[in-house]
Design a protein around this ligand. Structure first.
Ligand SMILES: Cc1cc2nc3c(=O)[nH]c(=O)nc-3n(C[C@H](O)[C@H](O)[C@H](O)COP(=O)(O)O)c2cc1C
Length: 384
């Protein structure tokens, strides 16, 4: 169906976009969010995924979504590791676990999206409940345990698809007792890498899931070296990222960086969820004992890690900043500390999907204020 009566977002004036975002923010804050936050978070997420799949399958709804949420500006476009990004704001791994939303995410305004984490075998995840909200702390407690349909089924779904934004494939080890043995875990990773190697625009080695049976064994330099050796052998012809935990000490991080430099690794995602409960930004009582925490609790940890890595390694690794991005200022801070790209989930859940457009529009203003013509010029400028 032709949808000629809707103007394209790139033809809309900045003021019209701000007005549109104010309306969608109002509707989200006063109508949708109270309903969502009154219901079980996993059920809400599953329902949203079903709606997203439906919208993505219908050209009319795709265009309508684009009209409601998209924002484009040439100063946000950049090429990173040979991949073109229309804006720096991406969806973090864990929201689209089975890669069902790749048709609708570009219309929501994302510049890229990471699907998964995908594992070698089908993974049912941990028993429910496994997702909680922390309303005061603006965060979520995530204890999914890598629930996903497994690499074979997901690669079949994506194999012949074309994507209008870059798609990252996050790979993790299957959450099972067998993988407590490192050899098995590495074999499991390698299986998923081989099957997913020709899909998407970049691939991530997720070594920082806080909810797996064997903990995070690839923090150990010896185990990480062994894993990356095998991944090198697979000869993946696209950028490889490694996603790290915000709970690493500087010495653990230093050892990891030394190992990454020995392998075909192009970038680092800073960071995954935090497991620590003594975080001053956790304001809620009765935080579940299990699971990793997202949102505001991760923000400073992620920022500190970005600046530490950027100061130490400069442009040796491309950094994707993830953790506690709710506003354009939050995203810009990460960019100035050294991140070329940003990912988010929790900010979108707390603020509404229009926040992606709000952040992008805010970034354009901040770039102008600082005299930058393009987002890539701002990367690392806050680091002395
Ligand atoms: C519901 C949920 C599921 C997640 N699952 C994964 C996952 O499967 N793989 C992964 O690498 N990170 C996962 N994460 C972590 C996010 O990718 C991200 O690094 C983290 O939430 C910090 O970003 P945020 O504060 O913007 O949410 C998950 C986060 C959430 C909220």
């Amino acid at each position: 169906m032709q949808v000629r009566f809707l103007p394209r977002a790139q033809n809309m004036k900045e003021g019209d976009i701000s007005f549109r975002n104010k309306i969608t923010r109002f509707i989200y804050k006063h109508i949708l969010k109270p309903v969502f936050f009154h219901n079980d978070p996993e059920r809400v997420h599953d329902s949203m995924t079903r709606i997203g799949v439906y919208l993505g399958n219908h050209p009319f709804f795709k265009k309508l979504t684009k009209f409601l949420f998209d924002y484009e500006n040439p100063s946000l476009e950049q090429k990173v590791l040979g991949v073109r990004f229309k804006n720096p704001i991406g969806l973090s791994a864990g929201f689209d676990k089975n890669a069902e939303l790749t048709d609708i995410l570009p219309s929501v305004g994302f510049g890229f999206a990471e699907v998964g984490s995908i594992t070698g075998d089908v993974c049912g995840g941990n028993p429910k409940p496994r997702l909680w909200r922390l309303p005061e702390s603006k965060g979520l407690v995530v204890y999914y345990g890598l629930k996903n349909d497994g690499c074979e089924s997901i690669s079949k779904k994506l194999q012949n698809k074309t994507f209008s934004i870059p798609i990252g494939i996050s790979v993790a080890m299957t959450n099972c007792k067998d993988n407590i043995v490192i050899k098995n875990a590495v074999r499991d990773f390698a299986k998923a890498f081989k099957i997913m190697k020709s899909v998407g625009d970049y691939i991530t080695v997720n070594i920082s899931c806080p909810n797996t049976e064997g903990g995070q064994p690839f923090i150990s330099p010896h185990n990480l070296d062994y894993l990356l050796d095998l991944i090198d052998e697979i000869q993946i012809e696209k950028p490889v990222f490694v996603k790290i935990s915000p709970d690493l000490s500087h010495s653990e991080l230093d050892s990891i960086l030394d190992i990454l430099k020995l392998h075909r690794v192009h970038g680092i995602i800073c960071t995954n969820l935090t497991k620590k409960r003594d975080n001053p930004n956790i304001l809620d009582n009765n935080v579940p004992k299990v699971g990793g925490i997202s949102g505001k609790a991760v923000q400073n940890l992620s920022d500190n890690m970005i600046s530490y890595i950027y100061k130490k390694e400069r442009n040796r690794f491309v950094i994707i900043g993830s953790g506690g991005v709710f506003t354009a200022e939050d995203a810009y801070k990460k960019i100035k500390l050294g991140a070329s790209l940003i990912q988010m989930i929790t900010g979108m859940i707390f603020e509404g999907p229009q926040v992606i457009s709000e952040i992008n529009q805010g970034l354009v203003k901040l770039l102008k204020q600082n005299g930058f013509k393009n987002i890539s010029e701002a990367v690392g400028t806050g680091v002395i």
